[in-house]
Write a protein that binds this ligand. Structure first.
Ligand code: TRP
Length: 460
């Protein structure tokens, strides 16, 4: 392996790792996706299942993934391979790493398009287009955006090119420092919007919707979506945490860092919900309208609130930034792979990766513009998909990420030797036992159960 081993360097501190991983975790998943899937899946009960998934499955798997990276100290596939060798197990386990790389790559193919919406909204907000706009006018701005392939292509090209250049130049460390300002700023902005929404929207109804669990509204597919989103929002099973773990100094506590990241991520997602839903209910919008939710609800608030042009512009700048820090992490392992295996320079590797992604991103662009060729109509692994975006989203979030998480859990808790695992995580005895037990039994059982239900092998 010596010929392919690339020294990727190390984080300067625990904080640098936390910032980078938080930058990866907090993104469109928290502010765009979480609210709309919550809206589609009936609210409160979905939120509870989601929180349980974060706590009982996401956090344990995140610790597992980070430890694989840190012990292996290479790109995901090679790290898993090295650890499999250490444990005397089959090197085919490295597929756990490769699969993550593919998932991250596929996620970026639609993520870049949505990030493009966010950037285009910086200009919409900046131009004052939302000022005093009625809900219907705000909806028209969004549907107009979706009806113009060239605009969507333009913005997703900017996102992919920007991502490729940042990764290629290797300047992401500078960006990660910016996370330490941008994340608190994002939090404050969301709180301001939530405060406005609480006073001017239907806050009572939003609280009831988000926190009153009506389990009759929750379906099994909703449970799987919550599970998949727990992986998505924490950036699990997509290569990122393994590669970030690979740069982590040995002296750092993995579990404490992971808890901090997961807490920040969950907090931002919940506050995003509190900012969005009062406006949705106060303006008679549809909570279950799907991917456009944040793009038609918040602009209404920006159009009416004091300083709305300023706050709106700032909000979409922050959202674009959050999306960028995630995009970068998403192709990091694919680019590292290309550098290691194809021997390309970092810049060439990054630019070729985003070029291929550009073509795949067209599937999402034309799904939203409603092009006939992008329409689908079949059941794919337990879900009726109507376009390519839904297919790729479902394939990654509901299938590849849960299965990748399952494989990671099995690898760390069953294949790796316990002393090696113990040495790497540095936890108190009882905490270790709880975590290890969860990873060994609860995670595999819960993921298999939900998944087998989805594919119809079992049915509850
Ligand atoms: N966590 C990101 C978000 O919520 C999305 C994501 C999924 C991601 N997998 C990733 C980001 C891998 C970076 C790396 O927006």
């Amino acid at each position: 392996m010596s010929t392919t081993h690339v020294d990727h360097g190390q984080w300067s501190s625990r904080l640098a790792f936390i910032l980078a991983a938080t930058g990866a975790a907090v993104g469109l998943g928290n502010i765009w996706k979480f609210p709309y899937i919550m809206g589609e899946n009936g609210g409160g009960a979905f939120v509870i299942v989601y929180l349980l998934c974060i706590l009982g499955i996401g956090i344990p798997v995140m610790i597992a993934e980070t430890l694989i990276g840190r012990r292996g100290r290479q790109s995901p596939g090679n790290s898993v391979k090295a650890l499999a060798i250490e444990a005397g197990a089959n090197t085919k386990w490295s597929v756990v790493g490769w699969a993550g790389l593919v998932s991250g790559f596929l996620i970026l193919s639609f993520y870049a398009v949505i990030a493009g919406w966010a950037i285009s909204y910086v200009f919409q907000a900046g131009a004052g287009n939302f000022n005093n706009a009625t809900p219907a006018q705000v909806e028209t701005i969004f549907t107009t955006l979706l009806s113009e392939p060239s605009t969507l292509i333009f913005w997703s090209t900017i996102v992919l090119l920007g991502t490729g250049l940042i990764v290629g130049l290797g300047v992401k460390h500078g960006l990660e420092k910016a996370v330490s300002y941008a994340m608190p700023a994002m939090l404050v902005l969301l709180l301001i919007i939530a405060g406005y929404a609480a006073m001017n929207g239907d806050f009572g109804k939003a609280l009831h919707f988000m926190f009153y669990p009506d389990f009759s509204k929750l379906t099994y597919s909703g449970v799987l979506i919550a599970l998949g989103h727990a992986f998505f929002t924490l950036s699990l099973a997509s290569g990122a945490m393994m590669i970030y773990g690979a740069y982590l100094p040995t002296s750092t506590s993995i579990s404490k860092s992971v808890l901090a990241i997961a807490f920040a991520d969950t907090l931002i997602a919940l506050i995003a919900g509190l900012a969005i839903f009062p406006i949705v209910f106060g303006n008679g919008l549809e909570a279950s309208q799907g991917p456009g939710l944040v793009f038609v609800s918040l602009p209404i608030a920006f159009g009416q609130m004091w300083g709305g042009t300023f706050f709106g512009t700032l909000f979409f700048i922050m959202l674009s930034f959050a999306a960028f820090t995630s995009s970068i992490a998403m192709i990091e392992s694919a680019v590292a792979w290309v550098v290691e295996h194809l021997g390309l320079s970092r810049m060439k590797a990054a630019l070729s990766t985003v070029s291929i992604l550009w073509f795949i991103s067209m599937l999402t662009v034309f799904s939203f513009t409603g092009a006939e060729w992008a329409k689908l109509d079949f059941v794919f692994i337990g879900k009726h998909v109507t376009n390519y975006f839904e297919l790729v989203d479902h394939l990654t979030s509901d299938v590849l990420l849960p299965l990748g998480g399952l494989a990671t859990a099995i690898f760390v808790a069953w294949v790796m030797k316990k002393p090696a695992v113990k040495e790497e995580v540095d936890m108190y005895e009882t905490t270790f036992s709880i975590w290890y037990f969860t990873l060994r039994w609860l995670t595999p059982f819960a993921v298999s159960f939900v998944f087998l239900n989805l594919v119809g092998v079992i049915s509850f």
